[in-house]
Design a protein around this ligand. Structure first.
Ligand code: PLP
Length: 394
């Protein structure tokens, strides 16, 4: 990538850490055997796969047989919802999730509705926190699964997952709790959450795209979705990506070992944006928790009055800055983010959203440049807007 460019879209993806690539290399060159075969190349591959599984299990405070390697966050989320919905169908057909989940959850939940399941989508407050009273009211005798994301990819809100687990288990210990921890990994504690299922993606923690994990606690009702061979203890058929699993494990291990330093590095930079950007740009509304300690340390998000988020991104791109208006998956759509709308942000204001997610490569100099370039870009765009252009109060 061009040296001059500033990348501040780490919630979309992160650059692979060379240490992760190095850990994977032997499995791409010499130890390429099929781990299900019995000869020596295969045994080496199997050893690498199982060592990766043990390493992930340790990071999650889990047992190795509770770790399923997947192709990423989307597959893990699909598999969690569909696996438990069908695995526990004898007991009930009601699933609870929230209005602010990633589409990997929301679209899967919608499909399950079409297939005859009942889904409750919990509301959130103005800062993106899930309504725990609504959760308590929604639980019924048919509920088999509750899925609440650990941290928001759009506004960084960190949900009280321990509270979610407490409320659900107090009602019925058989109801499974899943959390999408794709954005939380590397910044928040993953072990000891008390959940039954947890999704991770390698490429958000300086690993590779196409790598992921679904943790499934032993004895959780679960119906496999990909059918074929007996890989992953019959829970996900298909020849395993040994290099992918090794890379995933290395990325997670580094993320856990370096969690404190990584968090501190981005927090300091992010706090400058929170403090200084609204001062430099009139009509800036920070979205997400007002208390910065209740959002991911690398997450800054806001809405600007009287501009289109897409136009801001194009202006920033011209100035060498790669940022986002929300989730990478909705870029290109002119509809405002479902997350901001669920938080009660007015439609017109939600269209002026900006998301900056910092990473380990960012520096104070990058923040200086963002604080220079963004006010300029917003001013320019507002000057271009017709005087009758949408003016918003929020
Ligand atoms: C919260 C969350 N869940 C799931 C996903 C999907 O992960 P992947 O890109 O690995 O499929 C993402 C990616 O943006 C995410 O942010």
């Amino acid at each position: 990538m061009d040296q001059q460019r500033i990348y501040v879209d780490h919630a979309a993806t992160t650059p692979p850490d060379p240490r992760v690539v190095e850990a994977m290399l032997p499995y791409l060159t010499e130890q390429w055997g099929n781990p299900s075969s019995i000869y020596s190349e295969a045994r080496e591959a199997r050893k690498g796969l199982e060592a990766a599984r043990r390493s992930v299990a340790e990071a999650l405070g889990a047992r190795p047989n509770e770790v399923i390697f997947t192709s990423g966050g989307t597959e893990s989320d699909n598999l969690a919802l569909r696996g438990v919905a069908y695995g526990a169908r004898r007991r009930g057909n009601h699933i609870i999730t929230t209005k602010i989940e990633h589409h990997a959850i929301l679209h899967t939940a919608e499909r399950l509705e079409q297939e005859g399941f009942r889904v409750t989508y919990l509301p959130v407050d103005g800062e993106g926190f899930v309504d725990l009273d609504a959760l308590e009211r929604a639980l019924d005798d048919e509920t088999t699964l509750v899925s609440v994301m650990y941290a928001s990819n759009e506004v960084g809100t960190v949900q009280p997952i321990d509270e979610v687990v407490r409320i659900v288990k107090a009602r019925d210990s058989h109801i499974a709790v899943h959390t999408d921890a794709v954005q939380a990994a590397g910044y928040l504690d993953l072990a000891g959450l008390g959940v039954d299922l947890l999704s991770l993606a390698g490429h958000k923690i300086y690993g590779l795209k196409g790598t992921g994990v679904l943790y499934v606690r032993s004895r959780t009702p679960f119906l496999p979705q990909a059918l074929g061979g007996s890989q992953e203890r019959d829970r996900r058929a298909g020849t395993e990506s040994v290099a992918g699993a090794v890379g995933m494990a290395a990325a997670l291990r580094l993320a856990e070992d370096e969690r404190a330093q990584r968090s501190e590095h981005v927090r300091v930079l992010r706090d400058r944006l929170l403090a200084e950007l609204p001062q430099r740009v009139p009509g800036t509304h920070i979205t997400g928790p007002a208390d910065a300690d209740r959002r991911l340390p690398n997450s800054f998000s806001c809405c600007f009055e009287r501009v289109e988020g897409e136009a801001v991104l194009l202006q920033l791109d011209l100035k060498g800055i790669s940022a986002s208006s929300g989730s990478a998956c909705t870029t290109g759509s002119l509809e405002p983010s479902h997350v901001l709308l669920a938080m009660g942000v007015p439609h017109a204001l939600a269209r002026g959203s900006l998301r900056i997610t910092l990473g380990q490569g960012n520096t104070e100099g990058d923040i200086d440049r963002l604080l220079d370039v963004i006010p300029d870009a917003i001013e320019r765009l507002r000057a271009l807007a017709p005087p009758s252009g949408r003016s918003v109060r929020a």
